[in-house]
Design a protein around this ligand. Structure first.
Ligand code: NI
Length: 211
């Protein structure tokens, strides 16, 4: 087995990046079509802010094979489309039973989780809060604060990401919107189509279990 050099990486909570990361990607507003309920508000935001960065991920991927870990930092700007807060595209792991941890570094946000059967869980994240995303949960993070939401994360290197699972169901079952007290509330996503038995079986079939 190949030996890899140990390393340490500073989490820069001001810039929202992992120092010395080997990978980086950004999502701009124009990359996030179809995520938000209010299409008119999205189109209007695109006209003035299409190139603005909504979130950035810097990560370190030591080795690609199973058994290793990928870790990094995600930074999401504050903002809303209509009354709906900025969010990540969201995914389930391509190997659906792979878990993940998120740790709050700066700002305030939520992890919105949905089981294949459509149950919703919401976990609040702020500095020094560790969030566990168990196997089989679809997950998306949402910035409900007024400054950048910075989190560090870690997941198995063979997890992969399946983004289409959310598109196929018309989005996640709940949306997170502003309430009239400056906070957030959960509302139903009117476009949501519950998964049938065969859709759920397809998700479970990607679980890769060895004992
Ligand atoms: Ni994930």
């Amino acid at each position: 087995m190949e030996m890899v050099e140990p390393s340490s990486h500073r989490v820069d909570i001001e810039q929202g990046i992992l120092d010395g990361a080997s990978g980086r990607y950004i999502k701009k507003l124009k990359d996030l079509s179809g995520l938000y309920a209010d299409q008119e508000a999205y189109d209007s935001a695109l006209r003035s802010n299409a190139e603005s960065v909504v979130y950035e991920v810097t990560d370190q991927r030591p080795v690609a094979h199973s058994g290793d870990l990928i870790f990094g930092v995600t930074c999401m700007q504050p903002g809303k489309i209509g009354d709906e807060f900025y969010m990540t595209r969201g995914h389930i792991h391509a190997r659906s039973n792979r878990p993940e941890t998120y740790y709050g570094e700066n700002g305030t946000g939520l992890m919105l989780l949905e089981s294949p059967a459509g149950e919703i869980r919401i976990v609040e994240i702020s500095p020094r809060i560790m969030c566990y995303v168990p196997p089989l949960w679809i997950h998306r993070s949402i910035n409900v604060g007024d400054k950048p939401l910075v989190m560090s994360f870690c997941y198995p290197s063979d997890a992969g990401q399946d983004y289409e699972v959310i598109q196929r169901s018309g989005g996640m079952r709940s949306r997170i919107v502003s309430n009239d007290k400056g906070g957030w509330k959960e509302v139903d996503n009117k476009s949501y189509k519950p998964r049938g038995d065969s859709d759920i079986a397809a998700i479970l079939a990607t679980a890769d279990t060895h004992s």
